[in-house]
Write a protein that binds this ligand. Structure first.
Ligand code: PHE
Length: 334
């Protein structure tokens, strides 16, 4: 039996493929196999030795089966490797595949909207090709206002229509459609004839509007503060500055303490220690009236912010043009 064991091991070493392995199996475990023969010889063994003999032959059989199975696995592994060698081109192709991700502007926009939806604002929509009166007149922007100038606005051949210059016409659309209480945000593309490292002819804005009986400026300031804290994920210094928009009175500009120099003054904040982040104010009584809402009964506040601006501050991106070039080296970083 020991000799057979040795023989199995010696034969197994020479086996190079599955056919040879099958032949080896037959040699030992087939009908005429050496181990099979030993097993059938058990009847010729004297009674008192039979038990011991049977045990040893069975152990030998188990050994053979185990070794053959091990060789089979080894051979199949080799076969797999052999097959893979021919497929190296496909493998490198799959290695080259990359996962996609969302554009930083999309990510920022989603985060902004999530915060406002969390604060119970509803989402409203408006078209990018907008009526001139919704974009200007009803917002109390008079005919001679510089924002209407050819320098700023993309006018269309279609009389009375333009590419909206801000998302504020969605305020008008919402007030014409719904009665107060109103608590809405809107987001989308706006267009201006502007083009430099911090301005793009197309950019994204988010607009907010709240109209109710007791709406006041403290609620506006509180809303802005909570939003900025949630957006930047840290306590930020917030400053309200008196400003002017035709559709709000009073109007405020919102600044935050420069995130880079922490207010000391640097290149990003141009030495002022502050960064402008949004415009806001109490809705002008004339705008409420234009939409059939009685300013004696209702007050409103509104705000508007640039998404690129917030995104640039959040990720510290120096040039707005990077967002639109679709350079993967840039986009992959988010
Ligand atoms: N629409 C203004 C802009 O584009 C921003 C703004 C919105 C200001 C709402 C006040 C209230 O500059």
């Amino acid at each position: 039996m020991d000799e057979i064991k040795e023989e199995i091991l010696k034969d197994l070493k020479k086996v190079k493929n599955l056919n040879e392995l099958k032949a080896l199996r037959d040699k030992f475990l087939g009908k005429e196999g050496k181990i099979t023969k030993l097993l059938s010889k058990i009847r010729e063994i004297p009674r008192e030795e039979r038990k011991e003999y049977g045990k040893r032959v069975n152990l030998l059989k188990e050994f053979a089966l185990k070794e053959i199975e091990r060789k089979r696995k080894e051979l199949e592994g080799l076969i797999l490797e052999e097959n893979l060698k021919g497929e190296w081109e496909d493998l490198s192709f799959y290695q080259g595949e990359e996962e996609g991700n969302l554009h930083p502007i999309t990510k920022t926009l989603n985060r902004i909207l999530q915060i406002f939806l969390f604060m119970n604002f509803t989402l409203e929509e408006g078209p990018e090709v907008e009526r001139e009166d919704y974009n200007f007149d009803l917002l109390n922007i008079p005919k001679e206002h510089p924002a209407r100038d050819m320098q700023d606005t993309f006018y269309l051949n279609r009389e009375g229509y333009l590419l909206r210059t801000h998302t504020s016409p969605v305020q008008i659309r919402t007030m014409l459609k719904k009665r107060p209480p109103i608590r809405m945000v809107s987001a989308g593309k706006v267009y201006r004839r502007d083009d430099d490292p911090t301005h793009s002819p197309m950019f994204f804005q988010v607009e907010g509007l709240v109209v109710d009986r007791d709406t006041n400026i403290r609620q506006l300031k509180y809303t802005v503060r909570v939003f900025l804290k949630l957006f930047f994920g840290q306590e930020v210094k917030v400053r309200f500055r008196s400003s002017y928009f035709p559709f709000t009175e009073p109007s405020l500009e919102v600044d935050i303490g420069c995130l880079l120099c922490k207010g000391k003054g640097c290149g990003v904040c141009k030495g002022t220690g502050y960064l402008e982040v949004m415009g806001c104010g109490m809705v002008h009584s004339r705008v409420l009236k234009n939409c059939g809402i009685d300013p004696q009964e209702y007050r409103g506040f509104a705000f508007g912010l640039g998404v690129e601006r917030l995104c640039m501050l959040y990720y510290q991106i120096p040039n707005i043009k990077l967002f639109y070039e679709n350079d993967l080296r840039f986009l992959k970083q988010f």
